[in-house]
Design a protein around this ligand. Structure first.
Ligand code: NAP
Length: 238
């Protein structure tokens, strides 16, 4: 795999962590496509509309990217994700399955579509964006934590399946990051969360993006099946 000019696809890349990831790869000279569902990307980024809960959308989005860049996706960042928080007894089955679908089954969908071409190329990098919550658990987030823990099993299974073809599959597990997702929690809850982080602050999206970029770099060529915490120490020991 060459060091730059690679074809990179970031799901949910039009805002938050995904946008920071897209900017990182673009700044390094890679050819970056982002998928978006409801928020189109800023000017200068190639965007394709894709609801990651739809296998048809995923297939079409990959085809559009392949056509636009004239080649297959070499680096996949599965980042799109949602929350639907609630305590268990108030969490409807829809709230549970919708989060699993958008966060975990979607990662299976995009990975499967990307891997078809990566196997032919005998090369590829896949990075799944999980969460510290997948390892620690969180009251009110049984659905979200389950989906994020599931990504670890997905990544580690695929790391074993695909390693002999030089395809690496790794997980990044962020702690609290300053994006729309955490802004929705409100100031009091955010202050509580920040107080439990050893580094005593939230991460900026670019601090997650830097680790994603590293996992796709030649220096990370012998790393697969890893879960890399980028959590200010919040999840240490897990
Ligand atoms: P965010 O600002 O809420 O953005 C969510 C992204 O996911 C958006 O780009 C959104 O696209 C996309 N998305 C949601 N549902 C989708 C669907 N059905 N189809 C396609 N795209 C969909 O979130 P963020 O904070 O950047 O989080 C990004 C990832 O990091 C998520 O997987 C999240 O779980 C994880 N994470 C976040 C934190 C944190 O503290 N922020 C911590 C740990 C892990 P549209 O806007 O186009 O709808």
């Amino acid at each position: 795999m060459s060091d730059n000019g690679r074809i990179v696809l970031v799901t949910g890349g039009s805002r938050g962590i995904g946008l920071a990831v897209a900017h990182r790869f673009a700044a390094a000279g890679d050819r970056v496509a982002v998928t978006y569902n409801s928020s189109p990307p800023p000017d200068g980024l190639f965007g394709v509309r894709c609801d990651v809960t739809s296998a048809e959308d995923v297939d079409r989005a990959f085809s559009e990217v392949e056509e636009h860049f004239g080649g297959a996706v070499q680096v996949l960042v599965s980042n799109a994700g949602i929350t639907r928080d609630g305590l268990l007894l108030r969490m409807g089955e829809d709230d549970f399955t919708a989060v699993i679908d958008a966060n975990l089954t979607a990662a299976y969908r995009v990975t499967k579509r990307a891997v078809q071409q990566m196997l032919r190329a005998r090369s590829g990098r896949i990075i799944l964006v999980s969460s510290v919550v997948g390892l620690l658990g969180a009251a009110g987030q049984a659905n979200y934590a389950s989906s994020k823990a599931g990504l670890v099993g997905l990544a580690r299974s695929l790391a074993r399946e695909l390693g002999s073809r030089s395809i690496t599959v790794n997980v990044v597990a962020p702690g609290p990051v300053a994006t729309d997702m955490t802004a929705a929690l409100g100031e009091d809850r955010l202050a509580e969360i920040t107080a439990s982080v050893p580094l005593a602050r939230m991460a900026e999206p670019d601090e997650i993006a830097g680790v994603v970029e590293f996992l796709a770099s030649p220096d990370a060529g012998y790393i697969t099946g890893a879960v890399i915490p980028v959590d200010g120490g919040l999840g240490m020991g897990h």
